[in-house]
Design a protein around this ligand. Structure first.
Ligand code: SAH
Length: 349
């Protein structure tokens, strides 16, 4: 049965009931997926033109106190070779990044106790001092409200914290019992309240995910009204208990990207590295399905392969400048252009 009427209503009213989301997400009608893709691209073009924003991703530590079952840098993975960039190394990534045309840096890492609030605040100050025209995004997991407030006062602009799944029982399938969805959601609400441009998100095709859990994700996103949503396929990592699980599917990821664009029209929506990992033109297809952000790696090449969240990650050998040029060609090849801008959420312009 066609679900086109649901796509139309999602566009008009910005939300559906849980049952309707389940029906839409589990549709197998190719023409509906094609229709969603076209609407998503038209909406994206109407809000952002042909502009694609880029963020320089700096994976600055792979030490982590958490033990998320899917993640290659989980604390119990004794095979992970741990590293931590020094402040100097991070600053030189930013330096190179600015020269390459990046106006947003994303500091992402495991939950690493070495990077205390004080160290983070000092780092944020230094980056913002040297790069006053650049936005700074943090993606360092769950912290106390006071810590988030300090980071914001120090000058951080945005925060990425994927909720991973909005279903309690699914969350428990993916995480050890000491972690909780309620706490993670609470962090996201605090980040929004403090004033960060906030991103949540989830993996597509993670073990235990169903149309129902995805419907809950969409309802949670509607409730939170984040400025960004990061989604990408789940990809198994050999050193985890999910090593033999299937990876998330390209088509499903593209369809969900489109539905997100249709639901929340001005979202900052990345075509992720995980998407590029499962298909050679994953990023381009992501853009054509509604994404408007790319987050290439700015980390030093000698640590790239150590930030191994999942197997087979692409672009671990390329210098930042090569990455930048390669993306430029790819984006231009589909009629879009990478812009040298901070790329804030439209509500912040
Ligand atoms: N520690 C930070 C950053 C996590 S890494 C935090 O807690 O937010 C960034 C994202 O990578 C995670 O949120 C997760 O959604 C994704 N990820 C982790 N393992 C993955 C895997 N095996 N396949 C695909 N994505 C994965």
């Amino acid at each position: 049965m066609s679900t086109r009427h649901l796509i139309e209503r999602l566009e008009q009213s910005g939300v559906l009931s849980k049952e309707e989301f389940v029906e839409l997400i589990s549709t197998s009608a190719d023409e509906d997926k094609e229709y969603a893709k076209q609407r998503a691209r038209d909406i994206g073009d109407a809000y952002f033109g042909k502009k694609i924003y880029v963020r320089g991703l700096i994976e600055f530590t792979n030490y982590c106190k958490n033990d998320c079952l899917y993640c290659g840098i989980r604390r119990s993975n004794g095979n992970a070779e741990r590293y931590r960039l020094t402040e100097e190394e991070i600053l030189s990534c930013c330096e190179e990044g600015e020269q390459l045309g990046f106006r947003t840096f994303v500091l992402q890492g495991g939950e690493d106790a070495y990077y205390t609030d004080e160290r983070m605040v000092e780092l944020i100050h230094k980056i913002k001092e040297r790069h006053p025209d650049c936005a700074l995004t943090l993606s360092i997991g769950e912290r106390e409200r006071e810590s988030y407030e300090k980071f914001f006062r120090a000058g951080a602009d945005r925060y990425l914290l994927r909720h991973e799944t909005a279903s309690d029982s699914h969350y428990r399938q993916l995480h050890p019992s000491e972690m909780s969805l309620a706490h993670r959601k609470n962090c996201l609400r605090q980040l929004k309240e403090i004033g960060f441009q906030t991103g949540c998100g989830f993996m597509v095709g993670s073990p235990g995910q169903t149309a129902e859990t995805l419907a809950e994700d969409f309802l949670f996103i509607h409730e939170l009204q984040p400025e960004m949503v990061g989604i990408g396929p789940f990809i198994p990592h050999q050193d985890t208990q999910f090593a033999n699980e299937a990876q998330g599917a390209l088509e499903q990821t593209l369809f969900l990207l489109s539905l997100l664009r249709i639901m929340q029209k001005d979202l900052l929506l990345p075509a992720t590295t995980a998407l590029a990992t499962i298909h050679p033109t994953g990023r381009e297809q992501g853009i054509l399905a509604g994404a408007n952000v790319l987050m290439p790696n700015l980390s030093p090449v000698n640590v790239r392969d150590k930030y191994s969240l999942y197997d087979g990650k692409v672009c671990t050998g390329d210098e930042a400048a090569e990455c930048r040029n390669c993306l430029q060609r790819r984006v231009e090849g589909i009629g879009y252009e990478i812009v040298v801008e901070r790329g804030d959420h439209p509500s912040r312009h």
